[in-house]
Write a protein that binds this ligand. Structure first.
Ligand SMILES: Cc1cc2nc3c(=O)[nH]c(=O)nc-3n(C[C@H](O)[C@H](O)[C@H](O)COP(=O)(O)OP(=O)(O)OC[C@H]3O[C@@H](n4cnc5c(N)ncnc54)[C@H](O)[C@@H]3O)c2cc1C
Length: 242
């Protein structure tokens, strides 16, 4: 029997504030997801720097609330009852992408299409497939996202992971991530804070042709989904108005 007393949102908010982080209470999660539905997080934190992420992890490790990492929400369906814990989303410095030769370092919140375009513009090849996947690179590592015959396992060299349950901050080599088909050893309490990719020199024009082919028929898959969601809302509103 689990006799642990669940920590209250009030205690969580107070602890996060004293760690220098400003949380939100009862933050609706639906708008942060592709499917735009579901309830609220009891406590929600946007984290914009590695220092703040480590500070949040120290609080969650000490108070042990349920934790949820939210990327771009393209693979998340939130329960109507919401989430009774701390939800964390990476913003700010975690959206940055740096290219140095054939090495690409991206913050865990960076958008896959943005990273893919940056790598092609830098004359690199190996990540064009990600241009049509509407997620973040951190979420992509967790599920070993992929397409067009490639996946994250083929390009990741190392990742920085902060564990919200234990509070530690470690760098893991690709070989330790247990990549499998649409899965990895990254746990629900792990935040993939930074990802280093090892790509190959390529040709920007050829890369652009490859990404156009990979999006053929659906220029941008995420736009296709949001358009459909918006259309169904418009239809519902129209029916009510009539
Ligand atoms: C239209 C459409 C097309 C898609 N096409 C593809 C495709 O071609 N190939 C493919 O593989 N997938 C595809 N997906 C699924 C989805 O985009 C990918 O799984 C993506 O990698 C999820 O990333 P996300 O940031 O949206 O994660 P979320 O949906 O926010 O979260 C998914 C999971 O990852 C975890 N997570 C999110 N961010 C982090 C982080 N920084 N650190 C640790 N864990 C994290 C969450 O806790 C959750 O468990 C598609 C989805 C849509 C809607």
């Amino acid at each position: 029997m689990n006799t642990a007393v669940p920590v209250s949102p009030v205690a969580l908010v107070a602890a996060l504030r004293s760690a220098g982080v400003e949380p939100l209470v009862d933050r609706a999660l639906g708008p942060l997801t592709t499917y735009r539905c579901g309830g609220a997080a009891a406590v929600f934190v946007e984290v914009d720097s590695p220092e703040d992420l480590v500070a949040v992890a120290a609080v969650t490790a000490r108070l042990a609330p349920p934790v949820l990492v939210i990327g771009k929400g393209s693979n998340l369906l939130v329960a109507d009852g919401g989430f009774d814990g701390v939800a964390v989303q990476l913003v700010g410095a975690f959206l940055d992408v740096r290219v140095d030769g054939t090495t690409v370092v991206a913050g865990g919140g960076a958008s896959l299409p943005v990273v893919a375009r940056r790598t092609v513009a830098a004359g690199l090849t190996g990540f064009e497939w990600a241009v049509g996947v509407p997620g973040s690179i951190g979420g992509a590592v967790r599920m070993n996202a992929g397409g067009h015959g490639s996946d994250m396992a083929a390009v990741v060299r190392r990742v920085r992971v902060v564990d919200l349950c234990v509070g530690n901050d470690v760098t893991m080599a690709a070989g330790d991530l247990g990549f499998a088909y649409r899965g990895s050893r990254v746990r629900p309490s792990d935040v993939v804070a930074e990802v280093e990719l090892a790509l190959d020199p390529g040709d920007a024009a050829a890369g652009r042709r490859r990404w156009r082919r990979s999006c053929a028929g659906v220029e941008n898959t995420s736009r296709a989904v949001t358009t459909r969601v918006r259309c169904s809302r418009i239809r519902r509103v129209t029916r009510r108005a009539v």
